[in-house]
Design a protein around this ligand. Structure first.
Ligand code: GLN
Length: 476
């Protein structure tokens, strides 16, 4: 990203040229990839022209002024349709910007458009989008992952240099892994959720996606920091892109949890991750086998909490305040008909499950129990970070699966096996590409860091990235 910033600064390239190039690439690849729900050609070009004018006056808003981005379509953009990939909101245009959108605008980033996702961010493949599936740029018969599949595919297909996604149980890291890009789920509370359509407010975080570790770090530096409109972001420190220093890995204690390298893990995924671990060891890191035994409860706990919170958050979509309304003779029928017509099957499934786990007769057995187990998971993770500085695992058990391959919701939920623990415990976690399987599909490596240790995980990721690039060059 520094290269692009330099080209803009010296005038070798203009923001208008960058935006045009992205729009051309979108036109060429969108019919197959379907990464975007809305492309804002006019808006992006207008913002680029303003950026160029600012630069000409020597008034660039930031070094990144003029570098365009794509934004997941569950993040509110003033005057730009925000659908959450739902029929319910297909014509909904927010009256205000989410804080993260305000911040990228303050840095001068033109917005190319809004990217595809599973409806209301519920899913792992964008197959649950009401706007069609997003295809993986590495193999268009396969999914791009989800729920931020559009944001990942747009970056991988060079439709945008970077993008914003959201991550509640893995929705930035899993598609980043499937599409071979870098994605960060920040520490809970480090980025404002104001204006982000909630899936599960106690787990949701917005994060950056980019083709390089540095790109992700720069975009993160633009959105991190406290916001008085989101109480959970109080005390969130801003973030500065670090000076890259490979020496950070010397003596670094890297936890390798055995539970993340067991049954169900594709051997080629394991091999690629282990190769990177070995590189870190060669550079002075100390690999420590650890146990995160509570990970076996992560999916159940996550699903209980996510459905409970979603059923409550989605109550606001009633045909009165937002989105589409189906007219009926009385208001209760109108609510029911609007919700019946507006929501897709996965959303309905989760609302029903969530209502069940919160019901008076089952609350203690499910919701309360899940909260208790969440505490155990947090304690388990905290204990691990007493012994190690970072934890490294595969991001997902497999590389990108085929469109239509996962037939039951349960199979789909298992995609979050390695990612949900970071959301439940609130820590930060990043995925970056660490190699390819024999089909040429990217493999993702996950680096987890304790609360607010984003700088450290970026540093470690940077070392892994360099070694992977060196390795690739050697192969050529
Ligand atoms: N795949 C997870 C789910 O279906 C994650 C969703 C997310 O992180 N938004 O809930």
């Amino acid at each position: 990203m520094r290269k692009l910033a330099h080209l803009l600064q010296t005038g070798e390239v203009s923001s208008t040229e960058l935006v045009r190039r992205c729009l051309e690439q979108i036109k060429k690849t969108q019919p197959v990839i379907n990464a975007f729900i809305t492309v804002d050609e006019e808006g992006a070009l207008a913002q680029a022209a303003q950026s160029d004018a600012r630069r000409a006056r020597g008034e660039a808003l930031s070094p990144w002024d003029g570098i365009p981005l794509a934004i997941k379509d569950n993040i509110s953009t003033q005057g730009l349709r925000t659908t959450c990939a739902s029929r319910f909101l297909r014509n909904y245009t927010p009256l205000y910007d989410a804080t993260v959108v305000e911040r990228v605008k303050q840095a001068g980033l033109p917005i190319l458009g809004k990217t595809n996702l599973d409806e209301f961010a519920m899913g792992s493949s964008t197959e649950y989008s009401s706007f069609g599936v997003t295809r993986n740029p590495h193999d268009v018969e396969r999914v791009a992952g989800g729920s931020s599949g559009g944001s990942a595919a747009a970056v991988a297909a060079e439709q945008a240099p970077w993008s914003l996604g959201t991550d509640t149980g893995g929705s930035i890291r899993q598609p980043a892994s499937f599409c071979g890009v870098v994605g960060l789920k920040p520490t809970y509370g480090r980025v404002s959720r104001y204006g982000v359509v909630a899936l599960a407010p106690s787990l949701d975080q917005v994060g950056p996606m980019a083709r390089t570790v540095e790109g992700a770090a720069v975009l993160f530096s633009l959105i991190a920091g406290t916001d008085s409109r989101d109480a959970t972001s109080t005390g969130a420190s801003p973030f500065q892109v670090p000076v890259w220093d490979p020496k950070v890995v010397q003596g670094l204690r890297v936890g390798v949890p055995e539970e993340f390298f067991s049954t169900g893990l594709q051997p080629e995924v394991e091999a690629a991750v282990r190769r990177s671990l070995q590189v870190l060891e060669e550079q002075g890191a100390v690999l420590q086998p650890i146990s995160l035994a509570t990970n076996q409860y992560a999916i159940d706990t996550y699903l209980t909490l996510v459905t409970a919170e979603a059923s409550s958050c989605l109550a606001r979509f009633d045909g009165v305040r937002y989105g589409e309304r189906v007219a009926a003779e009385d208001s209760n029928t109108m609510f029911a008909k609007s919700r019946g017509a507006g929501f897709g099957p996965e959303v309905k499934r989760r609302i029903m499950l969530g209502t069940y786990v919160l019901s008076a007769s089952h609350y203690e057995a499910y919701y309360e129990q899940a909260q208790r187990v969440r505490t155990l998971i947090k304690q388990d993770v905290a204990r691990a970070f007493e012994e190690v500085d970072v934890i490294i695992t595969p991001t997902t058990p497999s590389t990108a699966f085929r469109i239509g391959e996962k037939r039951s919701p349960l199979e789909m939920y298992l995609s979050d096996l390695y990612t949900a623990t970071a959301n439940l415990s609130g820590i930060c976690a990043l995925s970056l590409p660490c190699g390819y399987d024999s089909r040429g599909l990217p493999v993702g490596l996950q680096i987890m860091g304790n609360h607010f240790r984003e700088e450290l995980i970026f540093q470690v990721a940077h070392v892994v990235e360099e070694s992977v690039e060196r390795g690739a060059q050697r192969e050529l």
